[in-house]
Write a protein that binds this ligand. Structure first.
Ligand SMILES: NC(=O)c1ccc[n+]([C@@H]2O[C@H](COP(=O)([O-])OP(=O)(O)OC[C@H]3O[C@@H](n4cnc5c(N)ncnc54)[C@H](O)[C@@H]3O)[C@@H](O)[C@H]2O)c1
Length: 366
C-alpha cells in the first residue's frame, strides 16, 4: 500500500492506494476515524459491485453501518439528491459524531461530499473513489458540490476528507470509455508538471487503458495523485497555482457544453482541449513547434468516441465565455512554455480561438 500525504495544516490527510485494499477498508480507517456511526453512500451500479465488500469490512471492524443508495449520473448531482440524502441522514438520527463514507465516481463523491460539508456544519468524510477520474482528480483536493440548472458545479464548498482510499483493481469493471476519460486528467498532470511521466504515459497508454499492466496503472494513478496533491497543498482554494489544473479545460469546457453534456465525456473533451492548448502554445506562445507536433501526434492516438469534425466553432467559443474561468470578460488559457512549465494567458483573441477549433476539427483520434 502506498501513502501520499496532502499537506493542508490542520486539514491534512492521506491518500492510500493499493490493489485490493477495498476489502481492508474497515481495518484501514481505524487509523483515521474514531467515530463508529457510518453512512455508507453509493450509487446504483457501484452498490451492486462493491458495497458488500466495503460494508463487510466496516462491520467486521466494529463500525455500525447504515447504507444509503444515491441515484447515479450527472443529472442527479443536484439539490433534489442533496435533500434526499439530508432526509435519510436525519431519519437515521445522525449527528455530528457520524461519518459519511462515499463509495463511487466523481458524481457520488462530489454530492455526498457536499452533504458531509453542510449537514450539521460539517461531519467527517471518507472518500473511496471508484472511477479513474475520481481516483486521480475529484476525490483529491476537497472540492465538493453540485450542479445548478444554470451551470455545472455552481454550488459547492472546499471540504477536505479524513482519508481517501484508492483501489485500482475496481477499474476492471469500469467502461473503457470512462477509463479514457480519467486518462485525460492523468496525461494532463504529466504535461503540466512532469516530462518523464508524460513520456511514460504516452508510451504505455495502451497497457494502462486496457489494464493489462497493473504496475503501470498503479504508477499512473499514484504519480497523478502526487502532482495534484502538491498543487493543492500550495493553493487550496484556487487563488493562483491551482489554475494550471485547468490545462485543456478551457476549450474542453466549451466542447462539453456546446455539444451537450454526455456527448463527450469530461476527459475526452479535455484531451481534445489539450490538443488545442498545445497548438496555441506553439502558434502564439513559447512552445517549440517540433515539441508541439510530437505531443499532438501522441495525444491523437488516444481513442476518442465522438467526432470532432462535428464541432461548431462559434458555439464552442460562446460556451467558453460562460465558463467560471472567465475573469473580467476575458477567457483565460493555461498554455505551455514547455512540458512541465505553464503560463496563464488572457490575451488569446476570438479569431485565434476560432482558428484553433477549426484546426481541431481536422484531427483524427484513435
Ligand atoms: N471535485 C473535483 O475536484 C472534481 C474534479 C473533476 C471532476 N469532478 C466531477 O466528477 C464528475 C465525473 O466523475 P466520473 O467521471 O467519476 O463519473 P461518474 O461519477 O458519473 O461515474 C461514471 C459511471 O461509472 C460508474 N462507475 C463508477 N465506478 C465504477 C466501477 N468501478 N466499475 C463500474 N462502473 C463504475 C458510475 O456508476 C457511473 O455510471 C463530474 O460531475 C465532475 O464535475 C469533480
Amino acid at each position: 500500500m502506498q501513502k501520499i500525504q496532502i499537506d493542508l495544516h490542520e486539514r491534512s490527510y492521506c491518500v492510500l492506494t493499493g490493489n485490493g485494499i477495498l476489502k481492508d477498508v474497515g481495518k484501514i480507517i481505524k487509523n483515521y476515524e474514531a467515530k463508529t456511526n457510518i453512512a455508507l453512500i453509493s450509487s446504483e451500479h457501484v452498490t451492486k459491485l462493491y458495497k458488500d465488500t466495503v460494508q463487510k469490512s466496516l462491520i467486521e471492524n466494529g463500525y455500525k453501518v447504515h447504507f444509503i443508495k444515491m441515484p447515479s449520473g450527472e443529472k442527479n448531482k443536484n439539490f433534489a439528491t442533496v435533500q434526499y440524502l439530508y432526509d435519510r441522514l436525519l431519519d437515521l438520527q445522525f449527528d455530528r459524531s457520524s461519518v459519511i463514507v462515499a463509495l463511487g465516481g466523481g458524481v457520488l463523491g462530489d454530492t455526498a461530499g457536499f452533504v458531509a460539508a453542510t449537514i450539521f456544519r460539517g461531519i467527517d468524510l471518507i472518500q473511496i473513489p471508484t472511477t479513474l477520474l475520481s481516483q486521480v482528480d475529484s476525490s483529491i483536493g476537497g472540492k465538493v458540490g453540485i450542479n445548478h440548472e444554470r451551470g455545472k458545479n455552481l454550488i459547492g464548498s472546499f471540504y477536505q476528507p479524513k482519508v481517501v482510499i484508492v483501489d485500482p483493481l475496481v477499474l476492471k469493471t469500469l467502461d473503457f470509455r470512462e477509463r479514457v476519460s480519467g486518462f485525460g486528467e492523468v496525461i494532463k498532470y504529466g504535461i503540466i508538471k512532469d516530462r518523464i511521466f508524460t513520456k511514460f504515459l504516452l508510451e504505455n497508454f495502451d497497457e494502462i487503458l486496457s489494464l493489462n499492466n497493473m504496475e503501470h496503472v498503479n504508477y499512473a494513478i499514484s504519480r497523478s495523485i502526487e502532482i495534484k496533491s502538491a498543487i493543492v497543498s500550495s493553493d487550496e482554494k484556487e487563488d493562483s497555482l491551482r489554475m494550471i489544473l485547468n490545462f485543456g479545460h478551457t476549450i474542453g469546457h466549451g466542447i462539453e457544453v456546446s455539444e451537450g453534456y454526455g456527448v463527450f465525456t469530461h476527459g475526452e473533451a479535455v484531451i481534445v482541449g489539450m490538443c488545442g492548448a498545445i497548438k496555441l502554445s506553439s502558434d502564439i506562445g513559447n512552445l517549440d513547434k517540433a515539441e508541439s507536433e510530437k505531443l499532438i501526434k501522441s495525444l491523437t492516438k488516444i481513442p476518442i468516441t465522438p467526432m470532432v469534425e462535428n464541432l461548431k466553432e462559434h458555439e464552442v467559443l460562446e460556451a467558453m465565455y460562460h465558463d467560471k474561468k472567465v475573469k473580467n470578460g476575458k477567457i483565460r488559457f493555461v498554455l505551455l512554455n514547455k512540458i512541465g512549465e505553464n503560463v496563464v494567458r488572457d490575451d488569446v483573441t476570438d479569431e485565434q480561438i476560432i482558428e484553433v477549433i477549426k484546426w481541431i476539427k481536422e484531427l483524427k483520434f484513435g
